[in-house]
Each structure stands twice: as structure tokens, then as C-alpha cells.
Design a protein around this ligand. Structure first.
Ligand code: ZN
Ligand code: ZN
Ligand code: ZN
Length: 145
């Protein structure tokens, strides 16, 4: 979803569209993949210095509840956000050293659906993030050690 589409959906749902909320929506919608809460905060501040962290956090909550943004949790208690239904279903490789996140198109969903089916469970969504150390960080470690 584009920023305009997200803002239209929020306004239809009766949310007030403030300038600060618009900035948060634009920063999140602008990304093709995950951004951490810290990254979103930094980029929002660059655009509007009057935005506080609670405002950003509340707006992100609202976006998640409105089902326009996806929130994931992994890597030292970090929260990550990406717009939904923009770039197709995908998973992530996440570096625990530098926080870099790369999308991967491969999906183990079929296995999960089959396993869930055996429990009579209705699957709505699934998350599968691969945590580790990216190539650059591995090379850095080698050159230091
Ligand atoms: Zn992604
Ligand atoms: Zn890394
Ligand atoms: Zn999947």
C-alpha cells in the first residue's frame, strides 16, 4: 500500500490524520521491507524534529491494528515494521550484529500449513525469520581476529 492509500484507509476508519501521523505513514510506506522502530524514529526526526517517540510508537500501533503495517519481533528485543501487501509474501535474513535485514523470496509456508492442518488449526499468517550474521559482519570478524 502507498502512503496515500494507507492515509485514506485510516481516515475512513475514523482516525484523525495529523501532520505527524502523515510523516510516520510516509516513512513506513516508503520502505520496501522491514525497518526497525529506531530507524523509523531517526528518519521521522529528520523530517519533523517535533515528533516524539511515543507519538511514533502510537502511530505504528494504529497502523498494525488497521492491518496496513506488519510488525515483527526479533533480534535483541527489536521491533520491525513493513508495509503489507506491497511487495508480495516474503521472509527475512536478519543480522544480529549490525541489524541489516534482507528479504528472501523462499517460503517454508507449505510445511507449516500441513503441520497446522494436522491440529485442525486455521492459519491466518505465519512468520519465519532467519537470524544470524551477515556476510559483511563475518568478514569484519575475520579481519579483526
Ligand atoms: Zn520484508
Ligand atoms: Zn551484519
Ligand atoms: Zn511464508
Amino acid at each position: 500500500m502507498t502512503a496515500e492509500e494507507i492515509l485514506a484507509k485510516l481516515s475512513q476508519a475514523g482516525h484523525r490524520i495529523t501532520r505527524q501521523r502523515t510523516v510516520v505513514v510516509e516513512i513506513v510506506a516508503d520502505s520496501t521491507c522491514l525497518q526497525s522502530a529506531e530507524e523509523i524514529y531517526r528518519r521521522c526526526k529528520e523530517r519533523d524534529d517535533s515528533i516524539s517517540f511515543p507519538t511514533i510508537y502510537r502511530t505504528l500501533d494504529m497502523l498494525v491494528e488497521s492491518d496496513v503495517v506488519r510488525r515483527l519481533h526479533f533480534g535483541r528485543g527489536r521491533s520491525w515494521y513493513e508495509p503489507v501487501r506491497r511487495h508480495g509474501h516474503h521472509h527475512h535474513l536478519a543480522c544480529l550484529e549490525c541489524g541489516a535485514v534482507a528479504p528472501v523470496d523462499a517460503c517454508p509456508g507449505q510445511l507449516i500449513l500441513e503441520a497446522a492442518g494436522r491440529y485442525g488449526f486455521k492459519v491466518l499468517d505465519h512468520q519465519f525469520e532467519i537470524l544470524g550474521i551477515c556476510k559483511e559482519c563475518q568478514e569484519k570478524e575475520l579481519s579483526v581476529g
